[in-house]
Design a protein around this ligand. Structure first.
Ligand code: ATR
Length: 333
């Protein structure tokens, strides 16, 4: 059950946290503290608004204070690649860090989670970067939308940390067409080049949608990336899934991350938004109103968070408890 109480704070309480900018929308503290309580750990999970300029100091601070670990959200997942001491294969494979585990050497000299060692016995500490987003997104797409990704055509909005991990994971699942759209086209093109090299079976396209600079940008991008299909505007081919990995939709004043007319005309079967607060973004509202099957990012948040808790604690995460706490926090029920 989700209502186990946490032990009172004392001098032995251990800490973990999420860093983001903004952060106040985050449901991670509610979800993780419920999981931590269920496991009977004297830990607390906190949330901090950390500006990207201060990320390196904030990670060093957590390390110095012997936190067990960190989660990272917008806009830190790419920046952190350069700020950890060692990258797990998951972070190398999916190209972003959303989880850090602080580690120290045990008596046999092996690196172990800081959670397994009393703080007064800790010597060297290293920050070990993982990616738990990529597996979480495909699991959630399967469970929440029932989509079969093999052979699908996907329009992915966003090529930041979460977008890049999603693009690479979708490519590894064998999508047929992957259209990348990002405000900064160069970032989408970089991801496209990587996919073209690693997953040559995927037809990869970059869509340039900023009309003022389209012609010039397209010419430059095409010259430097002859193997990538770079075009102006939205896909002409049918699209099965539109996946939002931008932060557009977090704030009420945000523009839609995709052109509304294109969405209405094309009416993709599935629309997924990684944002979960608001639980129904304007993108999801529009998609629902035209008959698309929709899901928000709750499932992704749950599975990436459960995996992070397992990495820190070495225990199996209480998924059901974490899901209940998350749904209560986001839907208020
Ligand atoms: P995260 O690490 O969580 O993925 P990120 O790397 O900062 O965060 O990525 C945020 C994504 O939202 C990026 O795709 C970003 O576009 P840029 O690569 O051009 O920065 C996108 N994004 C953020 N604000 C945006 C805005 N106002 N308009 C369009 N896209 C935006």
């Amino acid at each position: 059950m989700s209502d186990k109480l946490q032990p009172p704070l004392d001098a032995t309480t251990r800490y973990c946290a999420v860093y983001g900018h903004p952060i106040k929308h985050s449901a991670s503290p509610a979800m993780q503290n419920a999981g931590i309580a269920n496991l009977g750990l004297n830990w607390r999970y906190l949330a901090f608004d950390v500006h990207p300029e201060h990320l390196r100091f904030a990670i060093a601070g957590a390390k110095a204070m012997k936190y067990v670990g960190l989660n990272l959200t917008v806009p830190h997942k790419l920046l952190a690649l350069e700020m950890v001491d060692v990258l797990d294969d998951s972070a190398k494979t999916w190209g972003a860090v959303n989880t850090i585990r602080f580690e120290t050497r045990n008596k046999s000299g092996e690196w172990v989670s800081l959670a397994q060692v009393s703080p007064d016995e800790v010597n060297d500490i290293r920050a070990h970067g993982f990616n738990t987003d990529a597996d979480a997104i495909t699991r959630s797409l399967g469970e929440d939308l029932g989509i079969n990704l093999r052979g699908a055509s996907v329009l992915l909005l966003g090529a930041g940390g979460a977008g890049r991990a999603a693009a690479l994971k979708l490519a590894s699942e064998g999508v047929a067409n992957l259209f990348l759209l990002n405000r900064t086209e160069e970032k989408a093109t970089q991801v496209a080049v990587e996919i073209n090299t690693r997953f040559p079976g995927v037809r990869i396209h970059v869509t340039v949608h900023s009309p003022n600079k389209a012609a010039e940008t397209i010419r430059a991008l095409r010259t430097h990336n002859p193997a990538i299909n770079i075009f102006e505007g939205y896909p002409n081919l049918p699209v099965d899934l539109v996946l939002n990995a931008t932060s557009l939709g977090l704030k009420p004043e945000d523009a839609l991350p995709v052109d509304a007319n294109w969405l209405k005309t094309r009416r993709p079967r599935f629309v997924y938004d990684m944002i979960y607060r608001p639980a129904e973004t304007p993108l999801l509202q529009l998609a629902k109103s035209i008959g698309c099957k929709t899901a928000n990012g709750i499932g992704m948040l749950l599975y990436q968070g459960a995996k992070a808790l397992e990495l820190w604690s070495g225990r199996t995460a209480p998924i059901q408890t974490m899901r209940e706490a998350l749904e209560k926090n986001v839907y208020g029920k």
